[in-house]
Design a protein around this ligand. Structure first.
Ligand SMILES: Cc1cc2nc3c(=O)[nH]c(=O)nc-3n(C[C@H](O)[C@H](O)[C@H](O)COP(=O)(O)OP(=O)(O)OC[C@H]3O[C@@H](n4cnc5c(N)ncnc54)[C@H](O)[C@@H]3O)c2cc1C
Length: 428
């Protein structure tokens, strides 16, 4: 199997890099071992919400100089402010081409309403999620927060209490009971957001759902539901809004997250349409080198058929996705044995205060300032590292997880495209 580029990992970083390469006409494959962080994500994409010293960030471009001073090894600091902002805007356009409807802009963060009813700064949010301007409020005086009977991954009363306390609006709560859900509810472990959506999204169930929601919502100006509607298309929600004649918004639930899965599906669909190859359930195990160049990859399912590529992208995620491995003694990157920043002394990996920023979240692969992965202190010629496998940043406390994934992915895709166009040598 021969490709211009092979991407290891099919999460937000790997898929967006692959889509960009395929859009530019390069034969691209993605090998992806398992579910990515998108299955667990809020669906909102963070660019930069907070500096390492805790200062909240309203405008990411205005904060990048301070970030470079406080965190010189942060991927944004390596790439430089101009490149970061150009790639962030390019990412927004790429997501739009994937038919992903997102609200927000790279110049100014907004606040999304969280599953706890509180507000959290972010860059882009699905159009179905309630948001406020950076320092503004929700536009309604009275909302109805409606949970689903037996669904444990969303608590309407917590949301309503926070909305009333933080935003001073009136929030009623109610619980949806729909006979169509009775069979599914009988098995509590199956009564999860995605399975519920598969039932509620059926066209024959929408009228009954709308009638029950109308009864529960009373005269509320807006309905807020757990994200259990509209898995494969926007149509069920649009229909509900039309039947109820008022806004209906969704809040993320515990995983599996419908809002994150929709992002994954849209990116994968776009890659398929562009002729890219997606190899789900396969895992890259090791590589063959010629000097400092990767020649081919072996995967679990294709042990006898090497996957050859001119350019390789490592988008294997952090500990969560097994892109990094921790033993009691050390942290390592399992496919290539790349240089990893952090993890030298075991007692510095974590802090006792559970809510403090945790050092291990900043561990990851070392790169040069073009994101070429380092091995033995030197960059490999044709291996880029992108997304959560990178070190030097904390996606949680700095609110920059999706931003680093998208910006690094499109930076790598841009550099690879330039190299491939110059490179007419046959693959070894
Ligand atoms: C639980 C959770 C929730 C998050 N929620 C948000 C959020 O709401 N908003 C936000 O901005 N950020 C969020 N983040 C931050 C998140 O890290 C990034 O937003 C981003 O999704 C990471 O994407 P990625 O592609 O780099 O890595 P991942 O999403 O981790 O994907 C890596 C992929 O590589 C595969 N893989 C690993 N090793 C191999 C191998 N050897 N061969 C083949 N495939 C391999 C894995 O199976 C996985 O599919 C969240 C992170 C986590 C862990």
């Amino acid at each position: 199997m021969e490709f211009d580029a092979v991407v290891i990992g099919g999460g937000l970083a790997g898929l967006s890099c692959a889509v960009s390469l395929a859009e530019q006409g390069h034969r691209t494959a993605v090998v992806s071992a398992g579910q990515s962080a998108l299955y667990f994500s809020s669906g909102s994409l963070d660019l930069l919400s907070s500096l390492p010293d805790g200062t909240p960030v309203a405008s990411p471009p205005e904060a990048l100089a301070a970030l470079a001073r406080q965190a010189p090894r942060h991927p944004y600091s390596l790439l430089g402010a101009r490149e970061v902002m150009a790639r962030a805007d390019e990412a927004q356009a790429l997501l739009a081409r994937c038919d992903i409807a997102l609200t927000g802009s790279s110049g100014q963060n907004h606040q999304r309403i969280t599953p706890l009813g509180t507000r959290r700064a972010t860059w882009l949010s699905p159009g179905d999620v309630p948001i406020t301007p950076w320092d503004g409020a929700l536009p309604w005086q009275k909302v109805a927060v409606i949970g689903i009977e037996g669904f444990l991954d969303f608590e309407a009363s917590i949301v309503a209490a926070s909305l009333m306390a933080e935003q001073g609006i009136h929030a009623d709560t109610a619980c949806l009971r729909l006979p169509a859900l009775d069979r599914l509810r009988a098995s509590p472990s199956e009564f999860r957001a995605v399975n519920i959506a598969r039932v509620l999204d059926l066209p024959e169930n929408i009228p009954a759902l709308a009638a029950e929601l109308a009864r529960l919502a009373g005269d509320a100006q807006c309905l807020i539901l757990p994200a259990c509607v509209g898995l494969d298309s926007a149509q069920p929600l649009e229909q509900l809004r039309a039947l109820l004649d008022r806004p209906v918004y969704l809040l993320p639930t515990l995983p599996p997250s419908l809002l994150g899965i929709r992002l994954f599906q849209a990116l994968r669909r776009r890659l398929n349409r562009l002729g890219g190859v997606f190899m789900p359930g396969d895992k890259v195990l090791k590589a063959r080198f010629a000097g400092r160049r990767i020649v081919s990859l072996s995967t679990r399912n294709h042990a006898d058929i090497p996957v050859r590529a001119r350019q390789v992208v490592l988008a294997s995620g952090s500990f969560f996705s097994n892109g990094l491995t921790a033993t009691r003694e050390r942290i390592y990157e399992p496919v290539f044995g790349l240089d990893v920043q952090g993890g030298e002394a075991r007692d510095t990996w974590s802090r006792a205060d559970f809510f403090a920023p945790q050092p291990y979240l900043q561990f990851g692969v070392e790169t040069d300032d073009r994101l070429r992965a380092l091995l033995g202190g030197e960059p490999l010629e044709n291996l880029y590292a992108i997304g959560a496998v990178l070190g030097g940043y904390d996606p949680l406390s700095q609110g920059c997880g999706a931003g680093v994934s998208l910006v690094s992915a499109l930076h790598a895709a841009g550099r690879i495209a330039v190299t491939l166009e110059k490179d007419h040598e046959p693959t070894l």
